[in-house]
Design a protein around this ligand. Structure first.
Ligand SMILES: [Zn+2]
Length: 93
């Protein structure tokens, strides 16, 4: 009985076959904050207005995608071998 399909090659992965899961998390990286007294006392209203303007027109899902995205793929054995050799293919051009 077929329970899964490989997300890379589209071949069925049958019950007794080895199946792999590739989980990819892409999230915004922030360096540790160093907050000074000047930072705490500074007027941030213009900066907040600028950020709000940038966010205007974007849905909650779009805003969330800027911060955190997770992918999960089922892979057959052949695709697992191929994938781990080149998990981040270079962009052509
Ligand atoms: Zn496959």
């Amino acid at each position: 009985m077929t329970t899964r399909v490989c997300d890379r090659c589209g071949q069925p992965i049958r019950d007794k076959q080895l199946r792999y899961i590739a989980k990819i998390q892409v999230f915004a990286a922030y360096d540790p904050l160093e907050i000074t007294f000047e930072d705490l006392t500074r007027d941030h209203s213009r900066e907040i207005d600028r950020i709000l303007a940038e966010c205007e027109g974007l849905s909650e899902a779009e805003l969330m995608r800027d911060v955190y995205v997770e992918f999960k793929f089922d892979l057959c054995r052949a695709c697992q071998r191929a994938y781990i050799c080149d998990p981040i293919p270079a962009i052509d051009g």
